[in-house]
Design a protein around this ligand. Structure first.
Ligand SMILES: C[S@@+](CC[C@H](N)C(=O)[O-])C[C@H]1O[C@@H](n2cnc3c(N)ncnc32)[C@H](O)[C@@H]1O
Length: 288
């Protein structure tokens, strides 16, 4: 593992508590993440088996994998854009892919570095919108990234430019209205009113997310020059509008996790519920 730390000045300042020069939306989310690492490090470091979030996040990763199917089969050059603490880097590197991770949050990357150990993964502390490389990738993952950026189309186009012809972007975003229904506890009626107009859910200084319809996500990917292969809803139960039905302490039980995955499949294919996932997961290919 190699860890490259050449962030833009605004990002280094933000980590020192000074948000000047940062896009407010990006700064709010990163400030929230940095607080999480200070105040609940065990919950944030969910790749550690002893983390209270370990089994829950493993289950969520399986929800994604159930949709992207064999898109990550083979031995590929993969960029994980906004890799966080490395929940995808680790299994991908262990499977023999050549993997690069970029993220704006230094403590998340430090956790990823701890878990990756000697595995040959490149980590970059950077703003993925400005990060440049000569390398081209067979797959780019952008899980839960575009919805937190003020200009998602520009970011998607930048990612698309780093794909080889025929390469595939695998990305997820928070969904409208599922994200509102699932995560309204820190909102109020003013925030609801603003959200109904803009589909932006925000708590100034703490979080900012633009929730998208599946058609909005497809339009962003097409504008980036990609052919959209699929857009599917996911996360109805864990972190979704039906999260209240879950027993989080049972997520580590194989039978329970399989049951949740099966119910997710049914929710996705039920016409009256299929519009209510927490997230959309899209696959989009760069034309050859
Ligand atoms: C919800 S987390 C998702 C992390 C990871 N993709 C996953 O699914 O586990 C969002 C991630 O986006 C990263 N992020 C936000 N803005 C970014 C930017 N401009 N450049 C790089 N990473 C960014 C955050 O640091 C955070 O790790």
């Amino acid at each position: 593992m190699s860890f490259h730390q050449t962030p833009p000045d605004w990002l280094r300042r933000l980590h020192d508590g000074d948000p000047s020069g940062a896009d407010p939306e990006v700064a709010w989310n990163l400030t929230g993440l940095l607080r999480g690492w200070r105040e609940w490090p065990d919950a944030m470091d969910f790749l550690a088996p002893e983390s209270p979030n370990h089994a829950w996040k493993q289950l969520e990763t399986r929800l994604y994998a159930a949709i992207w199917g064999d898109a990550l089969a083979g031995k590929l050059d993969i960029l994980d854009a906004a890799c966080g603490s490395g929940r995808m880097l680790l299994p991908l590197a262990e499977a023999g892919h050549r993997v690069v991770g970029v993220d704006a949050c230094r403590p998340s990357l430090e956790a990823a570095a701890r878990h990756l150990g000697e595995l040959p993964v490149e980590l970059h502390w950077h703003d993925v919108r400005a990060w440049q490389t000569e390398q081209r990738f067979d797959r780019i993952l952008a899980l839960e990234l575009l919805c937190y950026l003020p200009e998602p189309a520009a970011a998607a186009a930048h990612l698309a430019s780093m794909l080889r012809p025929g390469g595939v972007l695998i990305c997820s975003v928070e969904a409208w209205p599922g994200a509102l229904l699932a995560d309204s506890s820190d909102l109020d009626l003013d925030a609801l009113e603003a959200g109904l107009d803009s589909h932006i859910l925000q708590v100034p200084g703490e979080r900012w997310v633009r929730a998208s319809g599946s058609g909005d996500l497809a339009a962003i990917l097409r504008a980036a020059g990609l052919d959209v292969l699929s857009v599917e809803g996911t996360h109805y139960l864990p972190d979704g509008p039906l999260a209240g039905l879950m027993e989080p302490e049972r997520c580590g039980e194989a039978e329970y996790a399989d049951r949740v995955l099966d119910l997710e499949r049914r929710l996705r294919s039920d016409p009256s519920l299929s519009a209510l996932p927490r997230a959309w997961l899209a696959l989009a290919r760069r034309p050859r």
